[in-house]
Design a binder for this molecule. Structure first.
Ligand SMILES: [Zn+2]
Length: 137
């Protein structure tokens, strides 16, 4: 059996990546849910040119950095909030793992990421409702 001290760094890195991917999902939910759109279909795409995002585009934080914050096809700007939400989710996953150990930390991290998702989605819904009210005037 492999000692936990040897696999712990790899599991920590993996769980941090899971946190980053959850951050990416939070972005999708916060973007679509307030507008009443499905979080399943259509696949992730550029809102300006409609191109489906590929694996590089979908890499949390790194995809934004590699594309220099712009769509690879039409060049429209991608808001800095996208990688920020992903980075915070990754940090919220790894910080408790470092503080409390692998499994208690991972459980706490998942709870924190869920709370982060709720906060980001609530803020997005609030902003969408405010802009809808402004458009109605
Ligand atoms: Zn585009």
């Amino acid at each position: 059996m492999i000692p936990i001290a040897i696999v712990a760094p790899f599991l920590t890195a993996y769980l941090t990546f899971v946190g980053l991917v959850l951050g990416s999902f939070i972005n999708l939910v916060a973007d679509r849910l307030p507008r009443g759109e499905s979080i399943v279909r259509p696949r992730s795409h550029c809102v300006a040119c409609d191109r489906e995002l590929n694996a590089i585009d979908l890499l949390p934080v790194l995809g934004y950095w590699l594309r220099r914050g712009r769509c690879a096809t039409c060049g429209c700007r991608i808001g800095v909030s996208a990688p920020l939400v992903e980075a915070v989710a990754g940090a919220l996953m790894v910080a408790p793992i470092i503080s409390f150990g692998l499994w208690p930390g991972a459980a706490a991290g998942l709870c924190l990421v869920a709370g982060w998702g709720l906060a980001v989605t609530s803020l997005a819904a609030h902003r969408y409702a405010a802009s809808a009210r402004a458009r109605a005037r």
